[in-house]
Design a protein around this ligand. Structure first.
Ligand SMILES: [Zn+2]
Ligand SMILES: [Zn+2]
Length: 67
């Protein structure tokens, strides 16, 4: 079995993603497909991360702070 290539598919489950439309969540596994960019170094960040692993900048989510 060839290794699953993330390009063009879900990088979590490898499922094909619908083409021609914006994908926020994988229809197969439900993982969030969107990535954020660090405002300081433009590194790709996972949505769950609170700090950039590259430069250490705190990530502001923009959503209302809970609590
Ligand atoms: Zn998936
Ligand atoms: Zn950064």
């Amino acid at each position: 079995m060839p290794p699953v290539m993330a390009q063009g598919g879900c990088r979590y489950c490898g499922g094909d993603l619908p083409a021609g439309r914006a994908i926020t969540f994988c229809p197969h596994c439900g993982q969030n497909m969107t990535v954020m960019q660090c405002p300081a170094c433009s590194a790709e960040l996972e949505v769950d991360w609170h700090f950039c692993p590259t430069c250490g900048r705190k990530i502001e989510t923009g959503e209302g702070a809970a609590g």
